[in-house]
Design a protein around this ligand. Structure first.
Ligand code: PHE
Length: 339
């Protein structure tokens, strides 16, 4: 009988498997309710008296060894399972990394910056929450000036002097305060106006405004710069300037480009005239220069300002300004290949 136990002990010790089913069979065979080990325990009473101690010892060893065996083999199986290939084809090429797209506002902004950089303009930025001085007063729009109504302003209730800037002309004031002449800068940024939201207008939009101040800056310089810009931006070389009014420029003009009347779309967007208004411009008002302690007898300058959304809508044929702010990926993805 002792020999039987020794034989089983050897069998248990040398057992190896990498198969879960086989391991389970092994467990049932030795450690199951009706398994070999229970069976051997049941035979204890018929073991000759003098063999009982040795038999008992060996049997306990067999049980312990079998239990240990099951435990280690199970752990090995689990570890192997965790690292096993899951049937995937590892030689397959990877999934293409999804490509993002620049927002059309950024695309157009960067193009504008690029065009003006080439003729010596740098880029300046300023805060979106402004005070009255930088957004209005310094720009020749004193309190109660009727032209303040031209730009419906969001005021900040707890700070009567604060507002959301209505144009980035405020940045030009800040730039003049902190830089020596000559100045040649463009100021891109987000601006806010309290207007009804529609396909054509929004309470927030983006602008690029430009400012050039030096000795002998003339209206002819302004015209030439605007022509250069429209050629580079739109590939159009016919512009016209219509007299207009801005408090901070004198004289002031609205700048139109000749868009042409080739397609039905051209008729629609130019209302049948072929002309499109793209920006406001003018010679910096002497009062603005005086506010900045710049001598208007010695220095002169021009300024211009345009809305980025409007230009992006023209360039890409976008019918509704609200599309810029909805962040619909189906819209944004269309600009993947646009630089
Ligand atoms: N600041 C004007 C606006 O927001 C644009 C402008 C800038 C006009 C500079 C003339 C000169 O409408």
């Amino acid at each position: 009988m002792i020999q039987d136990v020794e034989k089983y002990l050897q069998e248990v010790e040398s057992f190896r498997t990498a198969d879960a089913k086989e391991l389970e069979n092994f467990r049932i065979k030795f450690l199951g309710k009706k398994g070999i080990i229970n069976d051997l325990f049941a035979q204890f009473k018929s073991v000759p008296k003098e063999d009982k101690p040795k038999y008992g010892q060996l049997l306990n060893k067999l049980k312990k060894t079998a239990e240990e065996k099951v435990k280690t083999l199970r752990a090995q199986l689990e570890a192997a399972e965790a690292t096993a290939p899951s049937g995937e084809d590892l030689t397959r090429p990877g999934y293409p990394y999804p490509l993002g797209a620049r927002h059309p506002i950024n695309i157009v902004k960067n193009r504008i910056i690029d065009i003006f950089r080439r003729i010596g303009f740098n880029v300046s930025e300023g805060p979106e929450i402004e005070d009255d001085w930088h957004n209005f007063t310094a720009l020749n729009l004193p309190e109660y000036h009727p032209a303040r109504d031209m730009q419906d302003t969001f005021f900040i209730q707890r700070h009567p002097d604060w507002l959301l800037r209505t144009h980035t002309s405020s940045v030009q004031i800040r730039y003049m305060e902190s830089h020596d002449l000559p100045i040649r800068t463009i100021s891109p940024g987000r601006v806010y106006r309290n207007e009804d939201i529609s396909a054509r207008s929004h309470i927030l939009f983006h602008q690029v405004e430009g400012l050039y101040i030096d000795t002998d800056v003339s209206f002819a310089d302004l015209k030439q710069t605007l022509l250069y810009f429209t050629e580079e931006m739109f590939g159009k070389s016919k512009i016209r300037l219509r007299p207009s009014y801005f408090p901070f420029t004198e004289p002031s003009a609205e700048v139109d480009i000749y868009w042409g009347l080739k397609t039905e779309d051209d008729y629609r967007i130019t209302k049948g005239t072929g002309w499109l208004e793209i920006m406001g411009a003018g010679m910096v008002d002497p009062n603005v220069l005086k506010n900045m302690n710049i001598d208007p007898e010695k220095y002169s300058g021009y300024a211009f300002g345009m809305g980025i959304e409007r230009i992006a809508m023209l360039l890409f044929g976008i019918p509704d300004i609200r599309m810029f702010f909805e962040n619909d990926v189906r819209f944004l993805e269309q600009f993947k290949s646009v630089l």
